[in-house]
Design a protein around this ligand. Structure first.
Ligand code: ADP
Ligand code: MG
Length: 701
């Protein structure tokens, strides 16, 4: 390792202690190496100047050359902003600053020619640019001869005040890049891989990512660095997986006879789909190897994951073990408990429920039964993880709707046994393949990609407030046919009080439109006490009420086949995968089901796109891919905590090919040389061990 890259940032020429402090605090740059990895997020071709005249609604970013005049303040308080008129001889537009107006006033001058860079917004029939990058034209041209690609760096308002705007940062990366020598950035990828994918060297890549001479040099630099980034993550994931395979012994489920056979032949009311059979085979293969199973079961809402889980639990029981199933909410746990008890009626098995609401004698009875082994299956919530819960011989844990459980919570279940139980994690949030490889790369993945036969696709439409009377009319028609209806409101913590008010208002207006005794309404929200929630839910399940008004507490898993209409209020505020989850609550019976997405009149482009995706497809995987594209992986449900998606360069959507290649290479390498002991992997091992923070290598090996 070179000492240069580990040098504290203040020692770089042009930094010093003060700016060094700001770089640490604001930009998280502590060393020369950190600055080198502070990649530009865009490049500007300084040779290309646009004309104001040519700007239209599709214009993304423009670079303009012209002069400023008419500096003025407008608006008040939050809306207060500095504005200036910018003209280039072909037209004019406003530049707008909401922040640092006084400072901008001081630095910019009338009559000086500037280069202005930014994204034009349509505003009152004109265009403006908010917080543009502005640079004196003669300086910009002197700096780079007006040619070539210039890096644009992300920065913050505070950093800008210390002259660490994009130009300030560029000056520093220039100094650093000029200082660098080939030996400072030795190659660590195995030769074979470099050759196979024709990757440029690390040194070349680092120079060209900041100062590319050409588009193609930039492209090659990005390709190399993205590959490297993804390769290191995959290596880490696969190493964890390989280690577990070697060390984690699991229970043998040798037999499937007795209960499994009996249930399959006598109790199962339908033929399993091909996909369900395939997944059961995969599980069967896992559980007879003597290693611990860690399997993720993905299947769209309504694809029939529960029965697969149930059959797997019967495998455990046939081999003398207990099984447990964990659900994220009490409502769901209750429903699974009832469903499973019902399906297993007459099988001679003891099924128990354990949630926070199970108390007193009943709780004591369940705890004793689990410890002594008289209870075969327990269904529950987080309550199952508590210290007081002891199993005689837990062989299988099924976790439903996995994204609600943290990894740490899962791990707690492991400790309930000498050997870790087999784990089956079920999720109805389809995860795009690329993301699954990154987040759940250490799990084996099974997919149920087929719905039970006879399902009618749900019809989804978009309606606005103006259509409300029509929607009420439609609801009445459906209720007259004997159907039930969900009306769902968003509720997020940040605006909880207001959201609850919307829910209450909605409840009142529905109560007026659907008066008793002809109509009965239920309401459920997160602020209610669990027993009240449960009571309201049960009334709806039993078809005593026709309309269920709820917040997203019903999002996951609830099964009321007679409910055939899902109305989602303020649907523009939900993410795609959440909308899909909600919609999945209907379409479970034989009837035609409907989903009505209610929105206001004005929608942002992203909201429009979300709504139109929902109206166009019922396919959860398509929706997940779209969600990933619209929001980026960092915002996807359940992935926020996962460090694996904090990628600097690579993009799990756009770079899926590079990810596949990186995964293949990492996998081949781990198979061949898991300890990286061979001489040709020496450089890689040294790199991993000297960067344990980023690679997790030291703690694993
Ligand atoms: P999810 O995958 O969303 O958990 P469920 O397991 O709740 O789905 O199944 C949805 C419904 O489909 C249940 O009522 C279940 O009994 C039914 N079902 C499951 N598998 C089949 C099948 N192969 N044929 C017919 N119905 C099925
Ligand atoms: Mg389910």
């Amino acid at each position: 390792m070179s000492t240069t890259l580990q040098s504290p940032i203040e020692y770089l020429k042009g930094v010093g202690p003060q700016r060094g402090e700001v770089m640490r605090k604001e930009l998280e740059i502590e060393t020369f190496g950190d600055l080198l990895k502070y990649y530009p997020f865009r490049y500007v071709d300084r040779s290309e100047i646009h004309k104001i005249r040519d700007i239209n609604h599709h214009t993304q970013y423009v670079q303009l050359k012209g002069t400023l005049s008419n500096f003025r303040y407008a608006g008040e308080k939050q809306g207060k902003r500095l504005m200036a008129t910018f003209t280039d001889g072909t037209g004019e537009l406003d530049l707008v600053w909401f922040k640092s107006g006084d400072w901008v006033m001081k630095t910019l001058q009338v009559k000086t020619e500037y280069i202005v860079f930014g994204k034009p917004n349509a505003f009152n029939g004109d265009f403006n640019i908010v917080h543009p990058e502005v640079e004196v034209a003669s300086e910009a041209i002197a700096r780079d001869g007006g040619k070539g690609l210039q890096p644009v760096y992300p920065t913050t308002e505070k950093a800008k005040k210390k002259n660490l705007d994009t130009r300030g940062i560029a000056k520093l990366t220039r100094v650093l890049v000029d200082l660098l020598r080939e030996r400072d950035l030795p190659e660590f990828l195995p030769k074979e891989i470099v050759q196979q994918y024709k990757l440029c060297s690390r040194f070349e890549a680092m120079v060209n990512i900041h100062y590319p001479k050409t588009e193609s040099a930039l492209h090659e630099a990005q390709r190399r660095l993205k590959f490297e980034e993804l390769f290191l993550i995959q290596l880490q994931i696969l190493k964890v997986k390989a280690n577990r395979g070697q060390t984690s012994k699991g229970y043998y489920f040798e037999k499937i006879d007795n209960k499994f056979d009996k249930f399959y032949k006598e109790h199962l009311k339908f033929e399993l789909t091909g996909a369900q059979k395939r997944v059961l085979k995969e599980i069967r293969m896992d559980t007879r190897t003597g290693k611990q199973m860690n399997r993720l079961l993905q299947g769209d809402v309504g694809s029939g994951k529960t029965v697969v889980a149930l059959l797997t639990m019967l495998m455990a029981i046939d081999n003398g073990y207990q099984a447990c199933m964990m659900a994220p909410t009490e409502i769901l746990a209750n429903q699974h408990f009832e469903g499973i008890s019902e399906m297993l009626k007459g099988m001679g098995l003891e099924v128990a429920l354990l949630t926070g609401s199970v108390k007193g004698k009943t709780r004591k009875y369940v705890l004793e039964g689990l410890a002594s082994g008289t209870i075969d299956i327990v269904v529950g919530t987080h309550a199952l993880i508590e210290e007081t819960v002891v199993f005689k011989n837990l062989g299988l844990v099924v976790i439903d709707e996995q994204h609600r459980f943290g990894v740490a919570q899962r791990a707690k279940l492991w400790t309930k046994n000498e050997l870790p139980p087999h784990i089956l994690v079920m999720t109805a949030t389809p995860i795009p393949r690329t993301l699954a490889m990154t987040i759940y790369g250490d799990l084996d993945v099974s997919v149920i990609d087929e719905l039970p036969p006879g399902r009618k696709p749900i019809r989804t439409v978009h309606r606005t407030d103006a259509d409300r009377m029509r929607v009420f009319g439609f609801m009445k028609e459906e209720i007259a046919k004997g159907r039930q209806i969900y009306v769902v409101y968003p509720l997020i913590e940040e605006s909880e009080a207001l959201d609850l008010k919307h829910l209450m208002d909605g409840y009142e207006s529905l109560s007026r439109a659907f008066p008793k005794p002809q109509y009965q309404l239920s309401m459920v929200h997160g602020r209610m006490r669990p027993p009240d929630k449960d009571y309201e839910m049960q009334r709806f399940v039993k078809n005593e009420t026709q309309i269920m008004i709820a917040t997203t507490v019903i999002e996951v898993g609830v099964n009321v086949p007679n409910a055939s209409v899902m109305i989602i209020e303020n649907s523009e505020r939900f993410g795609l995968s959440q909308l899909h989850q909600l919609r999945g609550r209907v379409g479970r019976g034989a009837e035609q089901s409907f989903c009505i997405l209610m929105t206001g009149d004005k929608l942002s482009d992203t909201s429009k796109q979300r709504v139109s995706v929902m109206c166009a497809t019922n396919d959860g995987f398509v929706i997940a891919e779209e969600d990933l594209k619209l929001r980026g992986p960092g915002d996807l449900e359940g992935t926020r905590q996962s460090g694996a998606v904090n990628l600097r360069l690579a993009d799990l959507v756009a770079d899926a090919n590079i990810l596949e290649a990186a995964r293949r290479s990492a996998s081949t390498l781990i198979d061949k040389d898991p300890g990286l002991e061979q001489p040709e992997h020496q450089a890689l091992l040294v790199f991993l061990q000297s960067n344990p923070k980023n690679t997790g290598w030291a703690k694993i090996s």
